[in-house]
Design a protein around this ligand. Structure first.
Ligand code: ZN
Length: 454
């Protein structure tokens, strides 16, 4: 077994042997594992030895390997992306890509041989993801073919591929990657889905949507990294959600209002409403002042309040009325009426966007599986503690989730380590029951793209 460290290792070490056997024997699906971020350290070191220093990248490669040896310490999520160029430098030939793919598949799917009572693999089913890379030694098509050749050495019930597109890619590059994924799928190769990944600060997601919709129409599953950092805007999330992805990666900073707009979760107390339109536009004496939005427990109340305050201030500051008029109560009543109407109009526009194109939320159907990567979030410092983790929201709302490693190489974790974080007692873990953990593992298996799609 690859050595694990950090929060996952601490949680695993706190479990009794019987709990470890229980976790090992659970059928588990790993649905969010990046190929280049999951390379066993042993394989990286072997590649580094063969790496012929020929460019300025040599120092970068050596620095990154040293960090990987001693344990990567990230100050924030953006530090993470600085590690990738060195990995890419080591895997720029078809031979190196085949080597790392084989290493990653073995680390997830072959028995771990870690001396435990059960010599089980890390997971039962793996959906590996990677961005087709073009280098001086290969085309994107060649890259994908090499990866698929390795994946298809395993049965389809064990290993499949998700083709990632990077947020930094040009429109043409995204189009090429999606076309390749569709072509491979149609040829019977084992491509099951599309992912959007990369630096959360980059890219205009609106321009990605046409390509993502094309992939969905071709029968590919869709997962997207969404609201991964505080830098991601509401517009960014809205664009991605408009494609109705089957699964969402991280979604750490997805606002409560977007969850309320899009997800068919069990409503929180005080927010029950039969339909979204009723929720947002329930009429009182004045149709432009929905009582629901004034209620502090309404999921859109904060946005309504902020918008209204903004419009109110603007009304007052832009007014050319005399001081005498402004002293009259009717002036303030007008300001109140104007700001409420304007805020409601904005919220109605937002709801309209949320409901297009398929209006799935109104049918009460849309519950995309959330890909939860606990160690990744803790180590990238996007979540302060397990106690503050958004997994709690989804568990409370009976919303499907899957537990994943993300980048086991950098976060020094494993499927077993991540599941240990569920079972271990606080503060090392979430302290969930075995029944809960079994249910979570089953939800993960159910969210696989391999399941025949209609
Ligand atoms: Zn990821």
């Amino acid at each position: 077994m690859s050595e694990i460290a950090g929060p996952a290792a601490a949680a695993l070490a706190s479990l009794c042997p019987d709990d470890v056997i229980f976790l090992q024997s659970l059928p588990k699906a790993e649905l969010h594992a990046h190929l280049n971020g999951s390379i066993p350290i042993k394989t990286i070191l072997e590649l580094a030895q063969q790496y012929s220093p020929s460019s300025a990248q040599t120092t970068e490669v050596a620095d990154t390997i040293e960090k990987l040896r001693s344990g990567v310490i990230l100050n924030d999520i953006f530090d993470f992306f600085s590690l990738m160029p060195a990995i890419y430098a080591l895997t720029s030939t078809p031979e190196a890509v085949a080597t790392v793919t084989r290493g990653v598949l073995q680390s997830f799917l072959n028995p771990t041989g870690d001396g435990g009572e059960l010599n089980s693999p890390q997971c039962t089913y793996l959906e590996l993801r990677t961005t087709p890379r073009m280098t001086a030694h290969m085309t994107r098509e060649r890259y994908l073919t090499v990866v698929l050749d390795e994946i298809e050495m395993y049965p389809a019930t064990q290993a499949t591929l998700i083709v990632s597109v990077d947020r930094r890619m040009s429109d043409l590059d995204v189009e090429e990657c999606i076309s390749l994924a569709i072509k491979m799928k149609n040829r019977g190769r084992r491509v099951v889905g599309i992912d959007v990944c990369g630096d959360p600060r980059s890219g205009d997601m609106q321009s990605f949507t046409q390509h993502l919709s094309r992939a969905k129409s071709a029968g590919l599953g869709l997962t997207v990294h969404i609201a991964e950092s505080t830098k991601n805007t509401t517009e960014d999330s809205l664009a991605l959600l408009s494609c109705r992805p089957d699964r969402l990666g991280h979604a750490t900073f997805l606002s409560d209002e977007l969850k309320a707009l899009f997800f068919a979760d069990i409503p929180q107390p005080g927010t029950e409403c039969d339909s979204l339109s009723e929720c947002a536009t329930s009429t009182t004496a004045n149709p432009h002042t929905p009582a629901g939005l004034r209620d502090p427990s309404h999921p859109l109340h904060d946005r309504f309040k902020n918008l209204k305050e903004g419009y109110f201030l603007r009304f007052v500051s832009d007014s050319t009325e005399s001081e005498e008029t402004k002293a009259h109560i009717s002036f303030w009543a007008d300001a109140e009426k104007f700001s409420e109407r304007a805020a409601v109009k904005d919220i109605e526009a937002m709801i309209k966007q949320a409901q297009s194109p398929n209006n799935a939320r109104l049918n009460g159907q849309y519950k995309p599986c959330m890909e939860i990567c606990l160690s990744s979030n803790l180590l990238c410092k996007t979540v302060a503690s397990l106690d503050a983790h958004h997994i709690r929201y989804y568990l409370k709302n009976d919303h499907p989730i899957v537990i994943c490693t993300d980048d086991a190489l950098f976060f020094r974790t494993s499927c077993l380590g991540e599941y240990s974080l569920l079972l271990a007692q606080p503060p090392l873990g979430l302290g969930l029951s075995r029944d809960d953990v079994t249910r979570i593992a089953r939800m993960g298996m159910d969210a696989a793209f391999l399941i025949p799609r209609d």
